[in-house]
Design a protein around this ligand. Structure first.
Ligand SMILES: NC(=O)c1ccc[n+]([C@@H]2O[C@H](COP(=O)([O-])OP(=O)(O)OC[C@H]3O[C@@H](n4cnc5c(N)ncnc54)[C@H](O)[C@@H]3O)[C@@H](O)[C@H]2O)c1
Length: 383
């Protein structure tokens, strides 16, 4: 196991009715800006619960943060924070709203030339407006990590800072009951791929992280299809919600290598073609598993045995079967697993490779050896 320092400062308020706890979680002297998306929180009762919990606070609101939050929209919120003197941000929504709020938190305190450089040039974040969140879509883990993904035109870029980890996150599974089957499936697949990207590398004798990751994979494989078949089952939603948080709150990733190739190629698919984030991952991950089967052999065999009980046949046969079972799980969740499924052809690959190069994604993987040519091979394998 590699050495690490781990701290997760986000207080989690989990369970039905926990939105009320934001009344105690935010300091009373703060002026709070509630940031949300297209308004689903107004039809599912979440907005009413949030406003009730903010009784007695000085607060305002900013709506309209899009899926794959857009820089120009977020900069309007930054302006509002500065002109109105908000000193606390409350994100209410899915990963896009939480990510967008993290950027607002950092950009509102940014002293440099252009806040886009936080993403483009990875300029360090030194000060932020504090933030908390009410999560309505279990998927990204953004509710208790320091990551954020923001889009500007076709550029979809990532920044990370411990300073933007939310101070608290409310996770009430009840809020997820209004999600469409598509968004439920996307969330399960996103959490599954986060786990895989921190697990499917090479062994470093990190038994706790491995078995924790395997527990999350088992849970998502068991509960994901149930969430589609019995959409009112709150117990299923609770298990998915907690899995998604644990998949990317840093815990399974400490002391082990990670391979974010699937996410980085996936961002180009969303940036260029608008494909839902999770649906890019279900297309790219099986191809990464196929192309990198030698580099990942030991962990692929462990995955085959511990997740799918595959113990007979040659190593190659077990790996093939594990990849097929992964694809079958994605198909069960109703997400695409090939570029053909989303109507892309070979001509689109040049566009994607150029975007990867433009964004500096030229040395991906746990070995930093996935060049644009290997990314091309991965994409060609994804048909
Ligand atoms: N910060 C991270 O660590 C991290 C990790 C992975 C992905 N991401 C990013 O997060 C974004 C995706 O976030 P997401 O998957 O949570 O989806 P999302 O926030 O984009 O939401 C998807 C859709 O679901 C709707 N929605 C949300 N909650 C709802 C509810 N309870 N009922 C009905 N509709 C609801 C939203 O309005 C939106 O239309 C992408 O930009 C992705 O790149 C971030």
């Amino acid at each position: 196991m590699d050495k690490f320092t781990y701290q997760n400062p986000t207080s989690i308020h989990f369970g039905q009715g926990q939105i009320a706890s934001i009344n105690q979680a935010i300091p009373k002297d703060k002026k709070v800006l509630v940031i949300y998306g297209g308004g689903s929180i107004k039809s599912n009762g979440v907005y009413d619960q949030v406003t009730a919990a903010l009784d007695g606070f000085n607060w305002g609101e900013f709506s309209g943060v899009e899926p794959n939050p857009q820089y120009d929209t977020l900069m309007k919120a930054v302006e509002l924070v500065k002109t109105e003197g908000y000193d606390y941000l409350l994100a209410v929504g899915g990963g896009s709203v939480v990510d967008g709020t993290k950027f607002v938190a950092a950009a509102a305190c940014y002293q440099g030339e252009d806040p886009w450089n936080i993403l483009l040039k990875q300029e360090p974040v030194t000060k932020v407006v504090p933030l908390g969140c009410v999560l309505t879509l279990p998927a990204t883990g953004s509710e208790s990590n320091g990551g954020s993904v923001v889009s500007r035109g076709k550029d979809k870029l990532f920044f990370g800072s411990p300073l933007v980890k939310p101070a608290f996150a409310v996770l009430d599974p009840q809020t997820t009951l209004s999600l469409s089957p598509r968004q439920v499936a996307n969330g399960v697949v996103d959490a599954f791929v986060h786990t895989m990207e921190q697990y499917l590398t090479y062994p470093v004798n990190a038994k706790v992280q491995d078995r924790f990751a395997e527990g999350l994979l088992h849970t998502l494989i068991e509960e994901g299809p149930k969430a589609l078949a019995t959409p009112d089952d709150l117990a299923v939603r609770a298990n998915i919600m907690w899995s998604a948080t644990q998949a990317l709150n840093g815990l399974i990733g400490v002391g082990v290598p990670a391979d974010w190739t699937t996410h980085m190629i996936g961002h180009e698919l969303t940036g260029n073609y608008g494909i839902d984030h999770a649906r890019t991952l279900s297309i790219v991950l099986p191809a990464v598993m196929k192309v990198r089967r030698k580099e990942k052999e030991a962990k692929l065999l462990q995955y085959a045995e511990r997740i799918f009980g595959l113990t007979t046949g040659t190593a190659d046969q077990r790996i093939d079967a594990a990849i097929e079972k992964t694809i079958a799980f994605f198909k069960q969740m109703g997400v695409p697993t090939t570029l053909t499924d989303v109507d892309l052809g070979e001509k689109d690959i040049d566009v994607l490779i150029e975007s990867l190069k433009k964004h500096g994604m030229i040395a991906l993987s746990e070995h930093h050896d996935i060049t644009p040519e290997i990314s091309r091979k991965i994409l060609m394998t994804a048909f």
